[in-house]
Design a binder for this molecule. Structure first.
Ligand code: BGC
Length: 599
């Protein structure tokens, strides 16, 4: 395709200065899309910029690209790609997942380039569609001064609080309700959490918590119930028993984790599941697990409870980063994770009181642009391939069972220059674009909206164990000029390595709450505190309920770290199998709670 055809394209020039944006109208064309540049930070040797493309036309804008002249070298780019670079002429294109910008929508590309000392430049937009009526000379105007941020309006206006870079200012697309998906969610609520005032407390977990010192402070808080094997549907209290207990509590919101895909936990050993693709696992997942689970949820007795389903923790993310491993490779194929999740969503979607949130791991896993874009594509494709498309999900959930903080209060800007390099270049962050869950979740939401998800899409963040309080919590940013020292003295995430996921000494985090930030439906407790992530002893006895669960060396405090053998796993010792009660872990989490707990 020729980038510069004028046929049905839209073109507008804008000049953006540092801090101020002025637009220049270009001829009398159909001025339906515009782009502006903003220099976010400049540390002399380099700078970070954002380019925001706004579609204020009357048709979706597709196959768009952006041209500008700037005598710099772009070193790292997210939410877009460099399509061509000749001398000082750049053409940037979409990252694929954001190739279509709905009417009223916008996309923000970020990049880091060298050298610094630059001013923002004019940018032209070319693309298919998007022109207001017929592609030619309508009278432009209307939004002429709608510079970058004015269209943010509505729900997730510029991503707030955390002020970090990587797309912060991007905000959501306007209130247009966008393209596909909107409007037909069968009477579902936009955000089930705001509409519910009495969230279910799991009595089994509460009893365990009450029996631990300090546990009373959180024993009355809501957390998710895990259906982690076929037997869990009926053993003990079972799913029905939990829902009956919810009725008895007068609860109007119930969270259940759907967690039993064939080849489950394909890149680790601690939570390997009972079903295998090679042993008819997909068939069994459907008939012995999802069908009976859906049958219980569909019981009219529970119709007044808003039921939140957390869909298959860590599964699709493994297909982004771990398909070199045989079990994940198999899970990437027929009867694997995609088919399983599609089936689950297809069965759950017809239930009007069920709200599904698909797991997207966390920022320390999918935050690099090389993972983020492909994950948007893969997970977006799975959702769109369901019978109801976007109507089959309420949104996505991050940080399930992980420890990544909602915000790094003393590292708000991943691009801040310390000793000649941006903060994100520190060893701990390994150039990840995101240091925290909040901006990651908000940008994820925006990327999905840009690809066609409705504006009602919402995000959940598991805040059960990511509080990181206690004596070692920093109280302000470091004053060091050495980057790694600066980062390790400033971050509240005290892990020795950011990839450490097993039984970490984190702390109870934010209490569950609805709508804590733009784009976020709720902070929730997905992983109940005090339940182990995996057995620490390599010479373990199998778990009678789930004999497939094994020892993962990442759960062994004496083993080297799988991702970096120069550091340890940071795992707590004497841990039982995943899901089993682990009093020492509970104790540490309560002691390190942040905000601190009140008795
Ligand atoms: C385990 C599950 C358990 C869940 C909640 C997972 O790591 O594999 O068996 O139900 O954690 O504790």
């Amino acid at each position: 395709m020729n980038f510069f055809t004028e046929r049905n394209t839209t073109r507008r020039w804008l000049y953006a200065g540092l801090g101020s944006v002025a637009s220049l109208l270009w001829g009398a064309q159909a001025l339906a899309a515009q782009a502006s540049m903003n220099i976010v930070s400049d540390w002399g040797g380099g700078f970070q910029a954002e380019v925001t493309v706004v579609n204020d036309g009357t048709e979706p804008l597709t196959d768009w690209n952006l041209s500008f002249d700037m005598a710099v070298d772009i070193d790292n780019i997210w939410n877009g790609v460099v399509e061509s670079h000749n001398g000082s002429s750049y053409v940037l294109a979409s990252a694929g997942y954001n190739n279509e910008i709905p009417v009223g929508g916008q996309v923000t590309i970020g990049f880091v380039a060298f050298p610094g000392g630059q001013s923002a430049v004019e940018i032209s937009v070319d693309g298919e569609g998007g022109s207001s009526s017929g592609g030619s000379s309508s009278s432009s105007s209307s939004s002429s001064s709608s510079s970058s941020s004015s269209s943010s309006s509505s729900s997730s206006s510029s991503s707030s609080s955390s002020s970090s870079s990587g797309g912060s200012s991007s905000s959501s697309s306007s209130s247009s309700s966008g393209s596909g998906g909107s409007g037909s969610s069968g009477g579902r609520l936009d955000n089930p959490f705001t509409a519910s005032s009495n969230w279910y407390v799991n009595p089994d977990w509460a009893e365990n918590a009450m029996n631990e010192p300090g546990g009373a402070a959180i024993a009355d808080v809501s957390s998710a119930v895990w259906m982690d094997r076929i037997g869990a549907l009926t053993d003990g209290r079972g799913l029905r028993g939990h829902l009956d207990a919810a009725l008895a509590q007068g609860a109007d919101l119930f969270m259940v984790v759907v967690y039993n895909l064939p080849n489950r936990d394909c890149a680790a050993l601690a939570s390997n599941g009972e079903l295998l693709i090679a042993e008819n696992g997909f068939e069994r997942y459907q008939t012995e697990y999802i069908d009976p689970l859906v049958e219980v949820l569909a019981d009219p007795a529970y119709a007044d409870i808003n039921i939140v389903t957390i869909i298959e923790v860590d599964s699709l993310p493994n297909l982004i980063t771990n398909i070199s491993l045989p079990d994940c490779q198999e899970a990437d194929g027929p009867g694997g994770y995609r088919d399983g999740i599609r089936y689950a969503l297809n069965q759950l979607a017809p239930l009007d009181n069920v709200y599904s949130y698909v797991d997207i791991a966390h920022s320390g896993w999918l935050g690099w642009s090389s993972n983020f874009g492909p994950a948007i594509d893969l997970i977006g494709d799975v959702v769109e391939s369901t019978d109801a498309g976007w109507d089959s999900v309420a949104g996505f959930v991050t940080n399930s069972s992980n420890y990544t903080p909602v915000e790094e209060p003393y590292l708000p800007d991943p691009t801040l220059n310390v000793g000649g390099q941006p903060v994100r270049a520190a060893d701990f962050y390994e150039w990840n674009d995101y240091l925290e869950e909040l901006t990651f979740a908000q940008d994820w939401r925006e990327a999905m909206v840009a690809r066609g998800a409705p504006e009602t899409l919402g995000m959940l963040i598991d805040t059960g164990r990511n509080g990181w309080g206690g004596a070692d919590r920093p109280t302000g940013p470091s004053t060091s000029t050495d980057l790694n020292t600066y980062v390790s003295e400033s971050r509240i995430d005290r892990r020795v390595h950011r990839g450490n996921w097993c039984n970490q000494p984190g702390g109870v985090g934010f209490r569950p709450q609805a709508e804590p930030a733009p784009g976020i439906d709720a902070y929730v407790w997905v992983k109940p505190q005090g339940e182990s992530d995996g057995v620490s002893d390599p010479n373990f006895t199998p778990d009678p309920n789930d004999p497939a669960k094994r020892h993962d060396p990442m759960c062994d405090p004496y083993a080297p770290n799988r991702y970096d053998s120069s550091v340890g796993t940071g795992a707590l010792d004497n841990a039982p199998h995943a899901g089993r009660w682990f009093p020492e872990a509970f104790q540490v989490l309560v002691e390190n709670a942040y905000p601190p707990l009140e008795e």
